[in-house]
Write a new protein. Structure first.
Length: 179
């Protein structure tokens, strides 16, 4: 229920006439980010994305990573979501109960009638800890590259790289918004 209401809230933001256009991008993104922060357990997603490396981090490093990782995902996906025109449909398919979590299966039907599978992995508290888009888990996707970075380097090097990437994406979004 929490996932579906978050999706509905996001769709309201994306289709609100008062939030349309480049000039409103910053406000639109802020509202979408607030919705995602309520529904996504960024720490759990971060932990899944780092895999075994998570255990080696102290609390401060975990917080720093979770914050940067959520900023990275937000900057990437907010840009993708901005392509939403309102002509697409989001369809709820089912909720599959597993031993320790549930999978909320949805589908985006694009303007060209393409059906894009969208699965939300939800813990017992109702928080999303992973998302699969077109059958590709976000956590699994990043885990491979983070693992390579941490096997070949250290945490500080990975963080500096991620923080630079987030800063570049934010700058690009601000430039596109004309701010």
């Amino acid at each position: 229920a929490k996932v579906r209401s978050s999706i509905e809230d996001a769709l309201k933001v994306l289709t609100a006439p008062a939030l349309k256009g480049k000039k409103m991008r910053k406000e639109r993104h802020a509202k979408l980010r607030a919705i995602s922060n309520k529904g996504i357990n960024w720490e759990a997603m971060s932990q899944r994305s780092l895999g075994v490396h998570w255990r080696k981090l102290n609390d401060e490093q975990r917080k720093r990573f979770s914050s940067t990782f959520s900023d990275l995902l937000a900057s990437h996906y907010l840009n993708q979501i901005d392509k939403f025109t309102g002509k697409e449909k989001v369809k709820y398919l089912s909720t599959e109960k597993k031993a320790k979590h549930s999978v909320v299966k949805m589908q985006i039907i694009t303007r060209s009638r393409e059906k894009v599978p969208l699965d939300f992995f939800v813990n017992a508290g109702g928080d999303v800890f992973d998302v699969s888009i077109e059958n590709v888990s976000i956590a699994n996707h990043y885990r491979g590259s983070f693992d390579r970075a941490l096997v070949n380097g250290d945490f500080e090097t990975l963080m500096k790289k991620l923080e630079r990437k987030v800063a570049r994406k934010k700058k690009k979004l601000e430039a596109a918004a004309g701010s």
